[in-house]
Write a protein that binds this ligand. Structure first.
Ligand code: FMN
Length: 294
């Protein structure tokens, strides 16, 4: 009840005249007078942030840079992507984890001799500030115990943050609990907001959400190309998920979830929920395919 009272005090109800999103959008616009910190200030501020949260002391599992082969060319991975509505049981390997997480947020290029403060990654990032962190829960990882893990992009390794099968706890925090029930992997995209807002102010918040979309799309396409089903989840009870991840929910909070698992006949078969085909007609498809040709 005490928590309910705090929530009532800080919750700002929108009104028809002035919805909060409109205020936010207006206040996060770039104008001719918008200023951002100098490159030196950015570098100095970024030195205070971790490149990836270290979780030193927790059991570490190094990931390989030899990845699982993707069975679909890019064109097909894009055009056959659908949201899975259920999963079949599927044990994943460490190779799946390395592949999914590297293509989601992995480091690809050095930043030496550039004005940017961080090594570059597979996704674009406003100011190359990389404000996101990736956690995942699995109870289906071959040779590894169930629990909550954190992906360290800077070192391409995972740390086992919390042991135990927490599927029920996560499910009960979802608006659609069944989405987590059969999943082999439940991914949490979290944001350390200050990593972007110290430079971009209110607009930094927009940039963070846009970046999460890039990461999520990579996960969707790579999961599809690995023959796995995938669904993005926006319907989760924020406080319950943040509590589970031990985040304060204010400076660091969950902004998106993604469930991945075995495909079923009906989970990801190139059909929309209403049964209509999502595959483009043969005449709409380009005959050339750069990836296939290489
Ligand atoms: C931001 C976002 C949040 C979503 N949240 C959910 C969700 O909580 N539960 C769910 O079943 N699907 C969720 N989806 C998936 C959409 O329902 C799905 O993308 C849409 O119905 C179109 O179907 P398709 O992805 O198969 O093309 C979400 C998608 C996005 C982009």
């Amino acid at each position: 009840m005490a928590e309910q009272r705090v929530w009532e005090e800080i919750f700002m109800p929108g009104s028809h005249e002035e919805p909060l999103w409109e205020l936010f959008h207006e206040n996060s616009k770039v104008s001719r007078y918008t200023q951002t910190p100098s490159k030196e200030e950015v570098r100095s501020r970024m030195r205070k942030f971790h490149e990836s949260l270290p979780f030193e002391g927790y059991p570490r599992v190094d990931l390989s840079h030899s990845f699982a082969s993707l069975s679909l060319p890019l064109e097909q991975a894009i055009t056959t992507r659908t949201s899975a509505r259920n999963f079949s049981p599927r044990e994943l390997t460490l190779e799946h984890i390395a592949t999914l997480f590297f293509y989601a947020y992995g480091v690809t290029r050095k930043n030496t001799d550039t004005p940017f403060p961080r090594p570059f990654r597979v996704v674009p990032s406003g100011g190359a500030l990389y404000p996101l962190e990736l956690f995942f829960h699995t109870a289906s990882l071959k040779g590894h115990s169930s629990g909550l893990y954190h992906y360290n992009a800077a070192e391409h390794c995972v740390r086992h943050f919390h042991e135990g099968d927490d599927t029920q706890r996560i499910s009960s925090a979802l608006v659609q609990p069944e989405l987590a029930q059969g999943a082999s992997l439940i991914i949490f995209l979290t944001a350390i907001f200050e990593r972007s807002t110290f430079k971009y102010g209110e607009r930094g918040y927009r940039f963070i959400l846009l970046e999460a979309g890039h990461v999520a799309q990579n996960l969707n396409l790579v999961a599809n190309a690995l023959g796995l089903g995938c669904v993005n989840i926006g319907g989760y009870r924020d406080r319950e998920i943040d509590d589970y991840l031990e985040l304060d929910g204010l400076t660091h909070s969950t902004i998106y979830m993604i469930a991945i698992g075995g495909k079923t006949d009906t989970s990801n078969n190139g059909s929309n929920n209403d049964g209509t085909a999502t595959q483009p007609h043969a005449s709409e498809r380009s005959s050339s395919n750069a990836i296939e040709a290489e």
